[in-house]
Design a protein. Structure first.
Length: 213
């Protein structure tokens, strides 16, 4: 299978899954019980973040790296889809709109980013009765209104449409399950050259407040 064909199939598959996830219950062929007893199937999250020159592996385990005056502010809407494997894991669909601004090596840039992703979450840690803790990984597509200049400078090339990968830690007090503190690593990349021969792109540390409803 050619790389372009595989990329197009990934894009089409993500688009179809995301459309089904956010369709009205009747259109998706599901009733209200499809939330599997989730008391708050929807969530909205406000994020603010800053750029790091760490690659994704180092950004996860060797923080913080060199932080730059390059910022992201975003709003994300998520919907619970299902629980599986004895209810240990949850699957969510997420759409995110972000605004980037800040300086790069040759000046400054301001642009928008749009993300559609599926998020796999594990939230059955043994201390959840005292502090609700969830860890998650998200996979999807990221499209920017302009090619990010900082990505071009640090990775030699980039493009507007890339893969999006997110790693997340979510904390909440059991008495207030609707209010969550969220830390996320937001990563754009070309998946080892699958997207436009881009080998890497950018990483942002993000801190957010989430409200579930």
């Amino acid at each position: 299978m050619g790389m372009n064909v595989l990329k197009h199939r990934i894009i089409i598959g993500c688009a179809l899954l995301f459309t089904i996830a956010f369709a009205p219950p009747d259109a998706a062929g599901r009733s209200a019980s499809s939330t599997n007893g989730e008391p708050y199937p929807w969530s909205i999250t406000l994020f603010n973040g800053i750029y790091t020159d760490r690659t994704v592996g180092k950004a996860l385990f060797n923080v913080p790296g060199s932080l730059e005056k390059n910022y992201i502010h975003s709003l994300a809407l998520s919907r619970h889809l299902a629980r599986f494997w004895k209810d240990y894991f949850a699957l969510e669909a997420e759409g995110m709109v972000a605004h980037h601004h800040g300086r790069h090596l040759e000046g400054s840039q301001s642009y928008q980013e749009y993300v559609a992703a599926l998020v796999l979450k594990y939230d059955r840690l043994p201390w959840r009765k005292y502090l609700h803790t969830a860890i998650a990984v998200g996979e999807g597509l990221s499209w920017t209104s302009e090619v990010p200049e900082r990505e071009v400078q640090i990775r030699d090339n980039s493009q507007r449409l890339l893969n999006c990968l997110a790693f997340e830690l979510e904390l909440a007090l059991p008495r207030y399950p609707q209010y969550n503190l969220v830390y996320r690593l937001h990563h754009r990349s070309g998946v080892f050259g699958l997207f436009g021969n881009v080998k890497g792109a950018s990483d942002f540390y993000m801190l957010g407040l989430r409200y579930r409803f």
